[in-house]
Design a protein around this ligand. Structure first.
Ligand SMILES: [Fe+2]
Ligand SMILES: [Fe+2]
Length: 432
């Protein structure tokens, strides 16, 4: 029995008592009035109760939404803290796609790529085959939008006038499944790429909120890609300068054309096998490119002499290690390279030059360069000798293991060296 019903029953039972005196009537009227007031109060409370229940639902919905936002925020923070300069653009795009797909669950797949001159290259995809990453696309057949936009039926709407070849690639990738898309450009002062999200099931999958999220994602991505591209450009310029220095020697010493580039290429292959870090590989590459830079200080007549060298001439040639080390030691950030260059003619048994270092005293990078310096010299024609075949070069390195060369490195060299490494060089020399 509710409170309302109890009050009504008491009121009615009092109303049925007769005859009434005036006082009684007055009491009854007061009771009635009180009862009406109570009833309306109860009604009011019950309405307020309904409001409170509704409010409660609203609060719990808002709480769920808040938790959802908190989850999204956490995954964004996690992602941002995982960005390190070493991360490649491909890995970055993979991660950003994964993050975006978790933030915008309406998307079933997506892709991201960058503009490279007249071409567009996909860096990552989700929900498509790898054929996208395996091809380059003319920039003008790719939809590059500045602001985030939503559209339907991408494949049918936009693929009609692109060349057959690319239409087929998109078909093989799986783009005919796309029902709706949400796209945004990656931009600095110009468009440098894009990110696409696609729904394979819904023509109206994306909302304005999704647009806002993707816009934020595009801003983070644009900054990162821009920095990466700028660093790459700087790096290319820097390596270009180092190459230019190496070529300066090759102009003086006509027989060493391409020698520094090849020694760098072979040395890096070994660095790769040895599991060198990105930074250490870079150091190895710079040192290998510059290992003979000191020959700039050796007279041309000695460098290009066709007969055998006198002791004094040989002493002058040996000085190229000292000159190279000195020149590079004066360049900021190249002190380590300078040390490697100085010691590239040391021998494992301590009978090398300029300092007669022995075994582990010789920097590892110098020991690697030393192997390939000799290897490449055997394979090429010099003023004093003819080019010899690949097998002879390999045998020669093996023969000098433990005396001239680090025996452990020679083991790694023998396990990995392949005729494919030297094919173009040997074919040129006709000694393959
Ligand atoms: Fe040298
Ligand atoms: Fe050399």
């Amino acid at each position: 029995m509710t409170g309302t019903n109890a009050i009504e029953i008491v009121g009615n039972s009092l109303k049925d008592k007769k005859p009434y005196s005036e006082e009684m009537n007055y009491v009854l009227a007061s009771y009635k009035e009180m009862m009406d007031e109570l009833m309306s109060l109860v009604q009011e409370i019950s309405i307020q109760n309904e409001d409170i229940v509704a409010m409660n639902d609203e609060i719990s919905r808002s709480y769920e939404e808040l938790q959802n936002y908190q989850g999204k925020l956490l995954s964004i923070i996690e992602f941002l803290s995982s960005i390190v300069p070493e991360k490649s653009m491909e890995d970055f795009m993979e991660d950003i796609l994964e993050l975006t797909l978790s933030l915008i669950p309406a998307a079933d797949g997506g892709s991201g790529g960058i503009v490279e001159g007249e071409y567009f290259r996909y860096l990552a995809q989700r929900g498509y085959t790898d054929i996208l990453k395996e091809n380059k696309f003319p920039r003008d057949i790719i939809l590059l939008t500045e602001e985030p936009i939503i559209f339907r039926n991408l494949h049918n709407e936009f693929n009609s006038d692109i060349p057959e070849k690319y239409k087929r690639i998109f078909e093989q990738a799986g783009s005919p499944r796309i029902k709706s898309s949400l796209a945004v450009g990656l931009k600095t002062d110009q468009i440098i790429g894009n990110i696409f999200l696609d729904s394979f099931s819904d023509y109206d999958a994306f909302t304005d909120e999704d647009k806002r999220i993707l816009e934020a994602v595009s801003k983070i991505s644009s900054v990162y890609i821009y920095l990466k591209l700028s660093l790459q450009e700087l790096d290319d310029t820097y390596i270009g300068m180092i190459r230019a220095l190496a070529y300066a020697v090759e102009i003086k010493d006509k027989y060493t054309k391409g020698h520094s580039d090849r020694v760098a290429e072979y040395s890096l292959k070994l660095g790769e096998v040895l599991g060198f870090s990105r930074q250490r590989k870079r150091l190895l590459k710079e040192a290998a490119l510059l290992h003979d830079i000191g020959k700039i200080g050796v007279p041309d007549s000695i460098l290009n002499k066709s007969g055998s060298l006198t002791d004094e001439e040989f002493e002058q040639i040996k000085m190229h290690t000292v000159y190279g080390g000195k020149v590079l030691n004066n360049v900021e950030n190249l002190q380590e390279v300078a040390k490697i260059v100085r010691h590239h003619h040391e021998r494992w048994d301590g009978r090398g030059y300029p300092d007669g270092l022995k075994g582990d005293q010789i920097p590892l990078e110098s020991r690697i360069i030393s192997i390939f310096d000799a290897f490449d010299t055997i394979l090429t024609t010099r003023s004093y000798k003819k080019a010899l075949p690949f097998t002879t070069a390999v045998e020669e390195i093996k023969k000098n293991s433990g005396t001239q060369f680090d025996p452990e490195l020679v083991e790694v060299f023998l396990r990995n060296v392949s005729i494919d490494w030297v094919q173009p060089q040997c074919q040129n020399n006709g000694v393959l």
